[in-house]
Ligand binder design. Structure first.
Ligand code: ADP
Ligand code: MG
Length: 331
């Protein structure tokens, strides 16, 4: 049974960066304004994420890593009104099947922090003579999640990973995108033992300021902005026709989740294909908010490709708005 759980978990948690995405979403769901990540060996040896969010109550700790345990769904009908990132209660459970998971957390109303370690969906059993988890400890309000030795028991997953520097690049990429989208939250990411973080962004006033901080002035100075709305709304920052980028960057968020959509990618590529010099590609940050009932949230969590109602019409409206803005810029 534990082998099956491990395989299933590996379907959700592919690599350190996919674990980090889940953990970041949890921090944001918890209302954090500051999120700090520490990494060792591309997250394979250590991936630690500390937030200053609402914390987890001591009484919720024993079941925290059990599958389908979520504080975010009270009734089934809630699924249709989903506003938080998480709803499956699968992330921590999955992680506990493929890595060593430790949680230290403190809510405002608790007078100390609590620490608990997990394995295979439950608390690590306590040895005779030792205090069982959760154990009281010192700590600030918020939650620190520590993942160690990812895939220690799943050699096929471990061997599918790239070098630790490549895994680290993916970690930074996920963090950077979430930092743009959550511009008011401060983020930092550093290697364990290093003093200066590779990524560090303060609370910014808006996405364009966050893009400047994270992607640099050369992109930020060429940015155009449009918003569009109907029953839905969209907010986009994208580079103009003067920008000479090399690698296409599409930061796509739908209802605040980082997702992929081939349709949107293709329509953006076709907007720019006629206006950019050969070899250049745009930087585009696009955030779309839809009625949660129109987004297919039931796709398997590993599938980042997203689908929604009236997809074609909505994409066309957004493309038109971007195209028009590009046209006025070049006059
Ligand atoms: P989901 O996010 O789908 O609910 P997870 O496995 O990601 O499932 O998390 C399980 C539960 O653990 C969450 O519902 C939440 O109650 C709690 N939790 C996880 N991370 C945090 C955090 N950083 N701050 C507060 N609560 C958290
Ligand atoms: Mg979650």
């Amino acid at each position: 049974e534990s082998l099956i759980n491990r395989i299933a978990a590996g379907e959700i948690i592919h690599r350190p960066a996919s674990a980090l995405k889940e953990l970041l979403e949890n921090c944001l769901d918890a209302g954090s304004t500051s999120i700090q990540v520490t990494v060792k060996d591309g997250g394979m040896k250590l991936l630690q994420i500390q937030d200053n969010g609402c914390g987890i109550r001591k009484e919720d700790l024993p079941l925290l890593a059990e599958r389908f345990t979520t504080s975010k769904l009270t009734t089934f009908s809630d699924l249709s009104k989903l506003t938080t990132y998480g709803f499956r209660g699968e992330a921590l459970a999955s992680i506990s099947h493929v890595a060593h998971l430790t949680v230290i957390t403190k809510t405002k109303s608790s007078n100390c922090a609590w620490k608990a370690a997990y394995v295979d969906g439950g608390l690590v059993p306590s040895k005779a003579g030792y205090t069982p988890d959760p154990k009281p400890c010192a700590g600030n309000n918020g939650t620190t999640i520590t993942i160690e030795d990812m895939f220690y028991n799943t050699p096929t997953r471990l061997s599918a990973l790239r070098s630790s520097s490549e895994e680290y690049v993916r970690i930074l990429d996920v963090m950077t995108k979430y930092a743009v989208h959550n511009s008011k939250v401060s983020f930092s990411c550093k290697k364990a033992g290093s003093l200066s973080p590779e990524l560090s962004t303060p609370s910014c006033s808006d996405a364009s300021q966050a893009i400047r901080q994270l992607y640099g002035h050369s992109i930020a100075k060429e940015l155009l902005h449009v918003t569009a709305s109907s029953a839905w709304s969209a907010d986009a920052y994208f580079t103009n026709a003067n920008y000479q980028g090399k690698k296409i960057a599409l930061l796509l968020f739908i209802n605040h989740r980082l997702v992929e959509s081939h349709r949107i990618k293709r329509s953006i590529e076709s907007i720019y294909s006629g206006i950019l010099p050969k070899g250049s590609s745009p930087f585009v940050y696009l955030s779309i908010n839809l009625d949660p009932r129109s987004v297919d949230v039931n796709v398997h969590p590993t599938k980042r490709e997203v689908h929604f109602l009236n997809e074609e019409a909505i994409i066309e409206r957004i493309s038109d708005a971007i195209q028009q803005r590009l046209a006025t810029q070049s006059q």
